[in-house]
Design a protein. Structure first.
Length: 377
């Protein structure tokens, strides 16, 4: 265990170096991954250096091969399929491989997946390549002349007669020494068995490394890695227990699904394949769903806060209006009191005027009476 832990530390350093120099790869150095990297490195460093990695999708065959190639000082070459890609294009890729290794002397790993087999003719070329390191009639006469012309000085420096045959053989020997082939195949279905029988070099000229199901420790390590920095939407004090519970759930869910698939196979004689890729997709789906739910909760919280802010603003406005109303009520009462005093004063003055009017009327009556009395005399 101690040596494995030391290897894990060294491997983590090389992963960091790789990610600084090349496109990022999420590689978790659990025990099985460490062992596979060591095996692939040992294969690449031993002639002929060819490997056949067998495992279901997502088990890490390609990423671990790229890491092992980096550790062993090899570049990685792979074909890039497109709608117009055919056997002629594949031959061109093989030519580039030979030129990289035989002409330029570059240590190269040819990484090839079974999903890239668009035509069974591809395996004919691979079988020849693995069998003796030479693909018949790969180069045209003009291309051969160019290759021989470029390598003739090396042949002379090796004190070999620089005939065309010797020059081309030297080119092939360099290619065999510098080129490693790593095949990544899935054991699912009959294709692997049929191809291994039809093209024996796939097995006979390659060192086999079988990628088995990830153990529970690997599942735990992978889940822990991918949700390590994930916001779980809980208080910080509850984050770590929640994270551990989520990891346990993911592992248990995958194991229960595996058990259900096995029971289904026993009952129905039909296969349901749950691969490490399925496990990684489940983790990715969980992260996406969690982010979506947290975003939804955050949006609802923002709407709540905006609504609460509006309510508080309305409450403040109501309080202001009430205060203004109270202030206005005091002013109204003062105005009413002043108006009441004015009315009282008017009433008093009206009473005085009425009294004066009454006196005037009496005086008028008296004067009329006097006038009548005077006239009668």
């Amino acid at each position: 265990a101690g040596s494995l832990d030391s290897l894990r530390v060294v491997l983590q350093q090389r992963i960091t170096e790789y990610n600084d120099a090349f496109p990022h790869m999420d590689i978790i150095p659990f025990d099985d991954a460490v062992r596979h990297v060591c095996r692939i490195c040992r294969i690449l460093d031993t002639q002929p250096g060819n490997a056949l990695l067998v495992g279901v999708g997502g088990s890490g065959k390609q990423s671990l091969t790229r890491l092992a190639a980096y550790i062993s000082g090899c570049g990685v070459y792979t074909v890039r399929l497109h709608p117009d890609y055919d056997l002629s294009a594949f031959r061109e890729d093989l030519k580039q491989l030979y030129l990289r290794t035989g002409a330029r002397g570059m240590d190269t790993v040819f990484l090839f997946r079974d999903t890239q087999i668009f035509d069974e003719g591809v395996l004919v070329y691979l079988n020849d390549l693995l069998s003796n390191g030479e693909i018949p009639d790969l180069f045209t006469a003009e291309e051969l002349e160019t290759i021989i012309g470029g390598i003739r000085h090396e042949v002379r420096e090796a004190f070999i007669v620089d005939t065309k045959e010797n020059c081309f053989n030297h080119f092939l020997e360099k290619a065999r020494a510098k080129l490693r082939v790593v095949l990544c195949f899935s054991p699912i279905g009959d294709s692997f068995r049929v191809r291994a029988r039809r093209f024996p070099a796939l097995l006979n000229r390659c060192t086999l490394d079988w990628f088995h199901e990830w153990p529970r420790a690997a599942l735990l390590s992978v889940a822990t890695h991918f949700i390590a920095d994930l916001d779980l939407g809980v208080a910080e004090v509850d984050a770590e227990p929640t994270r551990e519970a989520v990891v346990d759930f993911m592992v248990n869910a995958h194991e229960e699904a595996m058990a259900a698939a096995l029971s289904y196979n026993e009952a129905e004689r039909r296969h349901v394949y749950l691969t490490p890729k399925s496990y990684l997709e489940m983790i990715t789906l969980y992260k996406e769903l969690l982010r979506a739910r947290l975003l939804e909760v955050d949006q609802k919280a923002q709407r709540y806060e905006v609504g609460l802010e509006n309510l508080n603003k309305v409450a403040a406005d109501v309080a202001t209006l009430q205060q203004k109303l109270q202030d206005n009520q005091g002013l109204v009462m003062e105005k009413q009191a002043a108006a009441s005093q004015v009315l009282q004063k008017l009433d008093a003055e009206r009473a005085i005027v009425a009294g004066e009017n009454l006196k005037a009327e009496k005086e008028d009556s008296r004067m009329v009476e006097l006038q009548i009395s005077v006239l009668e005399r």
